[in-house]
Design a protein around this ligand. Structure first.
Ligand code: FNR
Length: 368
């Protein structure tokens, strides 16, 4: 059957993958309320399209941290991609560069930074988890920089792993032929079986729960790469990110895998953007599945979006071709949304092109 949207890859991945792998990719924390809300919140935002505008030419190119990319849609870091497909992160890297966009490589990739860099040209960011052993972190950051990665996405929402009940039930652990490649030489590449989730135990053992804003400063002292703070969902932390020298913010709730009952990222976006006061760019991930979602995020002030699960599911279904297809479909849907809204470039997208629940509740005659 022909695939016509990125969500259709999920069912195919479910059929193809062992239950332990599929559940790891698909699940969220606890009641999965935020997981559902990440999607539903998009569906409550409606359009105010403008008509009779010449949309015969549409430019969706943009610049992220000074790097020119083909569209404001990028690849989020997701761990263990070789569990989805033998080519894993390498296939994703090739698909992203073919699409002219940025791939973010997870710290917990099943391919090393050097291996991923060897897939030819492409702008790549490195997602960082901060280990208790700071020598490990320093070494890894230096390796990523040397391998040509252009920025660090520092994940700040994971002092401990969220409670993902499917992984607990499955006693989730990496398949024996795979390791956390970036940590292999450091004796931290293996994830042991545990009485619950093997990953949760690994995190409890290795990840630094003391991480704080002073470490963001420390990170700036060991690298020249710009730092994106990934996992901000409040105005307060948006200000802190600006004040502590972040190059950008990623509004993220970790794909609803950490704290359950946080708002959908699209609902938190506007307060973070307002608090950043245009001083640094704000990006968003979480539940982005349609070109219309991308448009809504940009209308609320995002400089771009990242996509997580659709990449892993399409990778499981069709490898590199699947990821290419996801990026193509997202691009085409977004371009069509622009045309039907009367926008010919990203700068044309305004807050007035959409209406949110909050707008409907507030009496805002000035908007009408
Ligand atoms: C993730 N995410 C994630 N984030 C991170 O900083 N480091 C990581 O290693 C991972 N790994 C990971 C694995 C899987 C299977 C998922 C689904 C997610 C979170 C990811 O970067 C991103 O925030 C979300 O995936 C975005 O939400 P969607 O697009 O999956 O809804």
């Amino acid at each position: 059957m022909e695939i016509t949207n990125v969500m259709e890859y999920q069912a195919i991945a479910k059929q193809k993958l062992p239950k332990m792998a599929y559940d790891y990719y698909a699940s969220g924390a606890e009641d999965e309320w935020t997981l559902q809300e990440n999607r539903e919140a998009f569906s409550r935002i409606l359009f105010r399209p403008r008509i009779l505008i010449d949309v015969s030419k549409i430019d969706i190119t943009t610049t992220v941290l000074g790097f020119k990319i083909s569209m404001p849609i990028m690849v989020a870091p997701t761990a263990f991609q070789k569990m989805a497909h033998p080519e894993g992160e390498n296939a994703t890297a090739r698909a992203a560069s073919a699409a002219g966009t940025i791939m973010t490589l997870s710290s917990w990739a099943t391919s090393s930074v050097e291996e991923v860099a060897s897939n030819g040209p492409g702008i790549r960011f490195f997602q960082l988890y901060v280990y208790k052993d700071r020598k490990v972190v320093e070494q890894l950051v230096r390796r990523a920089e040397r391998a040509g990665f252009k920025a660090i996405a520092l994940t700040v929402d994971t002092p401990r792993l969220g409670r993902r009940e499917a992984d607990i039930k499955n006693r989730f652990v990496l398949p024996p032929h795979l390791t956390l490649k970036n940590f292999e030489g450091l004796d931290l590449g293996k994830m042991d079986q545990a009485a619950d989730s093997g990953l949760a135990s690994y995190v409890a053992g290795q990840i630094d729960r003391t991480l704080s804003w002073k470490d963001v400063k420390w990170l700036q002292s060991i690298t020249t790469m710009p730092i994106l703070v990934k996992g901000v969902i409040t105005a307060e932390d948006s200000r802190m990110a600006v004040e502590n020298g972040a190059a950008g913010i990623i509004v993220s709730n970790h794909g609803a895998r950490q704290l359950d009952y946080v708002p959908a990222t699209i609902s938190a976006l506007e307060e973070v953007v307002t608090a950043a006061r245009g001083q640094i760019p704000v990006f968003l991930d979480g539940g982005v599945r349609r070109g219309t979602d991308v448009f809504k995020a940009l209308a609320l002030g995002a400089a771009g979006v990242f996509v997580g699960r659709p990449v892993v599911f399409s990778l499981a279904a069709e490898g590199e071709a699947g990821v290419r297809n996801v990026l193509r479909m997202m691009r085409e849907e977004f371009e069509l949304t622009m045309a039907l809204s009367g926008c010919t470039c990203l700068a044309d997208i305004t807050r007035r092109h959409i209406i949110t629940e909050a707008d409907k509740l507030a009496v805002m005659p000035s908007r009408l």
